[in-house]
Design a protein around this ligand. Structure first.
Ligand SMILES: *Cc1c(COP(=O)(O)O)cnc(C)c1O
Length: 353
């Protein structure tokens, strides 16, 4: 399918890379492709970035019929641009689409939307250490009728924005508390889908955590309120007595691509990785008997985020002396090394533009 291109009449001034706020500096263009039942995907186009015209009765506005992805384009030392595992993002988007009764999008079309937009906006890909172009593909159900049904008219849209180094002063351990009241997702719900609704469910706990001086919450499972699922909007891993533990993909945990990549690297390095149920109780016991060696979150935005303090009720424990653990740092160095083309990519994760 040929992508039609309409150039923006005026181009924006590019922001200073040292003062970028995550997700704010949107570029000059966006990619859109329509889907209509009976017709399939049609009219892919790159057009000037700007407001969407949506019917006020559109399903997405009332029933949250929305899914999204997040990945990055990296400018490497020779000036060229590359992506990290983009096909994994598209594959996951199609799994999310299945859950929300949105249409699957052909991989090559979804990928072309990403690569052609990044090529159009290549001058927006920053080159300073740690910066990248964040890519946000999303899909929305647009049928203009208030009945609760899946949509026949859908759009897949891609927008991009330059983002700064997540940790300009280096990897700083964060304080986390275990959320015992709200849950993010339940088995049978949408936890395995990357959809706005899960984020809406997470806002209240996130706000309260921030007010209490914590940066994120550790989510427990919705059924037993006992087993650890994720941290904020990241997957979570622990090093306990030399072994790596991470919650299994039980249906309410998002199948993170950073999680997947970390597991592969850890196995390459000879670590035993257990994907299984981990109770908060087990974790606090490990902290108290000194076997909880490291804890960290994983996700595209931060890559890895070390956890320095964990709180649950009136219990509080420090992890690896509130310092970055050795494995956390090694994972960060290895993944960012591959992403910015500084080290070899033995698993074929990089796609050059
Ligand atoms: C996107 C996301 C992650 C991390 O996934 P990556 O593919 O590693 O970026 C983890 N948890 C939730 C809830 C997410 O939405």
């Amino acid at each position: 399918m040929e992508i039609k291109f309409t150039r923006a009449a005026t181009l924006k001034e590019k922001p200073d890379s040292s003062t970028l706020v995550f997700g704010k500096a949107m570029t000059d263009h966006m990619f859109i492709v329509d889907y209509d039942a009976g017709q399939g995907w049609h009219d892919p186009r790159i057009i000037p970035y700007g407001p969407l015209q949506i019917d006020p009765a559109a399903k997405v506005l009332h029933y949250g019929e929305e899914i999204f992805e997040g990945l990055k384009a990296y400018r490497i030392a020779d000036g060229s641009i590359q992506l990290f595992r983009p096909r994994d993002n598209i594959d996951r988007m199609n799994k999310s689409a299945d859950r929300l009764c949105l249409p699957r999008i052909p991989e090559e079309l979804a990928l072309a939307g990403i690569t052609e937009l990044v090529k159009t906006e290549q001058d927006w890909v920053p080159s300073e250490e740690g910066t990248s172009l964040y890519i946000r593909p999303f899909m929305i159900g647009l049928d203009a009728a208030l009945g609760v049904h899946s949509s026949h008219h859908v759009q897949y849209i891609v927008v991009v924005c330059p983002v700064g180094a997540y940790y300009p002063e280096g990897l700083d351990p964060v304080k986390i508390y275990v959320e015992e009241k709200d849950v993010r997702a339940v088995k049978g719900g949408m936890g395995m889908a990357k959809t706005g609704g899960n984020y809406a469910a997470s806002l209240r706990a996130g706000d309260l955590a921030e007010k209490a001086g914590y940066s994120q919450v550790l989510w427990l499972d919705g059924l037993h309120r006992k087993y650890i699922e994720e941290v904020g909007s990241m997957n979570v891993m622990f090093k306990v007595a030399g072994k790596i533990l991470t919650p299994d993909l039980n249906g309410s945990v998002l199948d993170g691509i950073t999680r997947r990549s970390c597991i592969q690297l850890l196995k390459d390095w000879g670590y035993e990785v257990e994907e299984r149920r981990i109770s908060a109780e087990e974790l606090f016991e490990a902290a108290e008997n000194g076997t909880l060696e490291e804890a960290w979150g994983t996700g595209t935005a931060a890559v890895v985020s070390p956890i320095g303090e964990l709180a649950m009720g009136d219990k509080k424990v420090t992890v690896s002396n509130n310092q970055i653990g050795e494995i956390t740092q090694k994972l960060y160095d290895e993944l960012t090394g591959i992403q910015w083309g500084r080290i070899a990519d033995p698993h074929g994760w990089i796609m050059k533009l």
